[in-house]
Design a protein around this ligand. Structure first.
Ligand code: GLV
Ligand code: MN
Ligand code: MN
Length: 406
């Protein structure tokens, strides 16, 4: 058995093992700083140590394994992805990028330059509805303002970091101040294009921009049996109108997607009119100007809905990230490696967000996509075949060997 086949077998086993590390037995869920997310980081740390890496964790729960270079003091190459998941997730989103990086280094051994493999603690942004917390911390973008963001239980980011003890004795990965070769991330495609094309892997041209908002509507809680319909100020009925407006807005432009993925209501009883609702809005478009214009129009519609129903509307822009192009030179080198595996030089844009967005604020970034069955992601049936994972591994190994020559 050759080294790549052997490493690919171990990669598939590790995906399964990591997929068992969950906060919710029977379903895979690992959110920012949760016990399972910390256990996953500990598991991956052990695999990093087995490769001869020095392992550190930062104040935000991100881990990095450092494999020393063989040619003196060169800037490091960064590889990796995230270890957190959505709720009831698949096993591949994020984990595949971290574990393929380790598998590739197992095949290549130490390279002329140092390699840092990063396992980010938060990319999905489930807990705080603010995304990329792990990579944001690494590039110095998690400032005092972000520390005030609160999760749905009312715990601030600063409190969460303190409580978990990650502030004590943790290293700060300050990539914003240091010269790095690049950040390269492998990820499942999370779409159906590669499957339709019959191709196992491709490069990525750019990552779509996104805005995340927290929206609140306040009406009047009251008795469900005694309050006439015409005098009600039902916050949930108002939220329903807003959600349908968001759906219409999303359908108004073929490149726009708008999603309300979480909703909380009070008092939350079958015989009480909902007096207060909070919901999230995730809003994405590849063109930043279009995203901002369409979001402005939708918020004006929310205002009109609230005014019409006598509700108080408040919204908070939790996060806005511009679209990020991948580095053209680096992507060409990845495409060379992809061509050796698939015979093609396919490039796709990414509708999903990735840690590469944040890392791009400090260094050139490039990405590889691996086909996933039916394009299904953020779902327990998410699946990449062992052959496709091996193809991704071959690409990463080819790329590392190629850039080691120059
Ligand atoms: C992460 O997967 C995202 O695109 O929200
Ligand atoms: Mn991901
Ligand atoms: Mn995801």
């Amino acid at each position: 058995m050759d080294a790549i086949t052997q490493a690919a077998g171990q990669l598939a086993e590790r995906i399964e093992a990591l997929g068992q590390v969950t906060d919710t037995p029977g379903a895979l869920t690992r959110t920012f700083l949760s016990p399972a997310n910390l256990a996953a980081a500990a598991m991956v740390s052990r695999w990093m140590e087995e490769l001869g890496m020095t392992v550190e964790h930062d104040a935000g729960g991100t881990i990095r394994g450092i494999l020393a270079g063989t040619a003196g003091d060169l800037p490091p190459l960064l590889l990796g992805s995230h270890l957190d998941t959505v709720i009831d997730a698949g096993k591949y989103d994020g984990a595949l990028g971290v574990l393929t990086a380790l598998a590739a280094l197992q095949v290549t051994g130490p390279l002329p330059f140092p390699v840092h493999v990063l396992g980010f603690s938060d990319e999905e942004g489930v807990r705080f509805h603010a995304t990329y917390l792990g990579s944001r911390a690494c590039v110095g973008q998690l400032g005092t303002e972000a520390m005030e963001i609160r999760d749905f239980a009312g715990v601030s980011l600063a409190e969460a970091l303190g409580k978990e003890g990650w502030n004590e004795g943790a290293t700060r990965f300050s990539y914003e101040d240091s010269a790095c070769l690049a950040y390269v991330e492998l990820h499942i495609e999370q779409g159906r294009v590669l499957e339709e094309l019959g191709e196992a892997v491709c490069g990525v041209s750019a990552i779509c921009g996104q805005s995340r908002l927290a929206v609140g509507l306040i009406g009047q809680a009251d008795h469900a049996g005694t309050t006439p319909m015409e005098i009600r100020r039902d916050a949930l009925a108002g939220a329903a109108a807003c959600i349908l407006a968001a759906e219409r807005c999303g359908r108004s432009d073929p490149l726009l997607v708008a999603t309300v993925g979480k909703l909380d209501l009070r008092p939350g009883a079958s015989n009480a009119i909902p007096g207060e609702v909070k919901f999230t809005l995730d809003f994405r478009h590849p063109d930043d100007a279009c995203r901002e214009r369409l979001l402005g129009e939708l918020l004006a519609e929310f205002e009109a809905i609230a005014a019409d129903r006598g509700l108080k509307l408040a919204w908070d822009l939790v996060q806005a990230n511009p679209a990020v192009p991948c580095d053209p030179g680096l992507t060409e080198r990845l495409l060379d490696a992809i061509e050796l595996v698939t015979g093609g030089r396919r490039l796709l844009p990414s509708g999903a967000g990735h840690d590469a967005v944040m890392m791009a604020t400090a260094m050139p970034v490039a990405m590889v996509f691996v086909r996933c069955r039916d394009g299904l992601s953020h779902h327990p049936d998410e699946y990449a075949s062992p052959d496709d994972m091996a193809a991704g591994l071959r690409v990463l190994v080819g790329f590392l060997q190629d850039i080691s020559k120059s």
